[in-house]
Design a protein around this ligand. Structure first.
Ligand SMILES: *Cc1c(COP(=O)(O)O)cnc(C)c1O
Length: 233
């Protein structure tokens, strides 16, 4: 299957899921999770109309930026970002989806101030409280929102969630629903430097469920590019 064919199929599934939930399909964006895919594949995905690309690793981001691989589409950072690498990401991407600690938020704001820019971010929510994952708890998200007035060079555009790997359809719906409810609470409260319009949730295995629960951006790798070969390098 070609990348373009895969994307066309995903678009159909997205549209169907949106309509089934009584939603407007145009309000849901497709982010291609491009990790371990070279510039050629990235270009094919952009040509086939993905809304943005999401990169996980700083090294890959830097390499593909230097190859001008993302021309024609916004690029997001979606992986765990170490504070000592913020200079390589802030100002280089349209959105950092994976802000998973207060320390990282501070480092991003400081670097954005140094560059004289405003960096858009999402807060990553560890919605199932998994030990192995970073991210804020639902309670911590509220606390960060109250403190966002302190971060004048950073703007929270929404929330990102990676729920547990699910074995059965519908298994993650309670988590997707919880994120959606959280976003409704935040929007009602009106914080400085916060405007929640992006809910980034849903991957290859569960994006239709995520859309049913209110996702506005799905991040899809495998269903676009095929299985990743982790044995290479
Ligand atoms: C790899 C990755 C995805 C895409 O996962 P697939 O199951 O391949 O669709 C989405 N989000 C993040 C943060 C990822 O690292």
């Amino acid at each position: 299957m070609s990348i373009a064919t895969n994307i066309a199929k995903i678009r159909e599934q997205m549209d169907r899921a949106a309509l089934a939930a009584g939603r407007d399909p145009s309000e849901i964006l497709l982010c291609a999770a491009t990790k371990m895919n070279g510039a050629d594949n990235v270009r094919q995905a952009i040509a086939a109309g993905v809304d943005c690309c999401g990169e996980n690793r700083v090294q890959e981001l830097t390499a593909k930026l230097s190859q001008d691989a993302y021309r024609g589409a916004p690029v997001h950072f979606i992986g765990h970002l170490q504070t000592n690498k913020v200079r390589q990401v802030v100002g280089k991407v349209d959105l950092i989806q994976s802000v998973d600690s207060e320390r990282l938020l501070q480092a991003i704001d400081k670097e954005a101030a140094r560059q004289g820019i405003r960096q858009d971010i999402l807060l990553e929510v560890n919605v199932a409280g998994e030990e192995s994952k970073s991210g804020f708890t639902v309670a911590e998200v509220g606390k960060i929102m109250e403190q966002m007035y302190l971060y004048g060079n950073t703007f929270v555009r929404g929330l990102m969630a990676i729920p547990p790997i699910c074995q059965n359809p519908g298994e993650n719906n309670k988590f997707f629903q919880e994120i959606c409810n959280l976003s409704v609470d935040i929007t009602a409260k009106k914080y400085d430097n916060v405007s929640v319009d992006i809910l980034s949730m849903g991957m290859s295995g569960d994006f239709e469920d995520a859309i049913a629960c209110g996702s506005t951006m799905i991040r899809v790798g495998t269903a676009i590019f095929g299985a990743r070969d982790y044995s290479v390098k």
